[in-house]
Design a protein. Structure first.
Length: 174
């Protein structure tokens, strides 16, 4: 009976150590850390999808080509600045209030929609990375002359039958 009691105490101490380390990790967590984790996950998923089990190794080299930075590694500072300038132009064009009554239909890409949603909330620039848009999802942003933009709807898929509702990273209940 003494051995079982000793093992129970040892297991309890082990579980308490794991719990304490999780509490310590969570106490240092913030939103930017969560987005960084998401980016790392996306990079890992990209490598795994491309190379199968060999993609688990993030320092993968295939046929002499280094894929360790394949997800974002090919993006230069100039491209980042060009993207910022393009999004500033798009924001000025589509998110600026006007005096006349306008109803615009803008058909665009996931990340542009994410940028506009981020803009409507006044969130930090990096937040667009965590906003996913479904295929054919409708997003409505109301831009009024005297008030900040308001997100009315995001990712509305009600116009599609369930079998065509695709594009989100997590299976959606219907």
């Amino acid at each position: 009976m003494g051995r079982i009691r000793f093992l129970k105490i040892l297991c309890a101490i082990g579980f308490l150590v794991v719990l304490a380390s999780n509490v310590w990790s969570i106490s240092r967590w913030d939103e930017s850390r969560g987005v960084y984790d998401d980016i790392c996950y996306l990079r890992q998923a990209h490598l795994f999808e491309r190379f199968g089990l060999r993609g688990i190794d993030t320092n993968i080299t295939v046929d002499g080509v280094d894929f360790s930075n394949a997800f974002f590694g090919g993006v230069t500072e100039e491209e980042i600045e060009a993207g910022r300038a393009q999004m500033a132009d798009a924001t000025a064009e589509w998110m600026t209030p006007s005096r006349e009554d306008r109803h615009d239909l803008l058909i665009t890409h996931n990340f542009v929609i994410g940028w506009f949603v981020r803009e409507s909330f006044g969130a930090a620039d990096w937040r667009w990375l965590g906003i996913n848009q479904a295929n054919c999802g409708l997003t409505i942003i109301r831009v009024r002359s005297a008030k900040p933009p308001v997100l009315v709807a995001h990712n509305d898929l009600g116009h599609l039958p369930p079998e065509l509702r695709t594009g989100l990273p997590v299976e959606q209940p219907y």
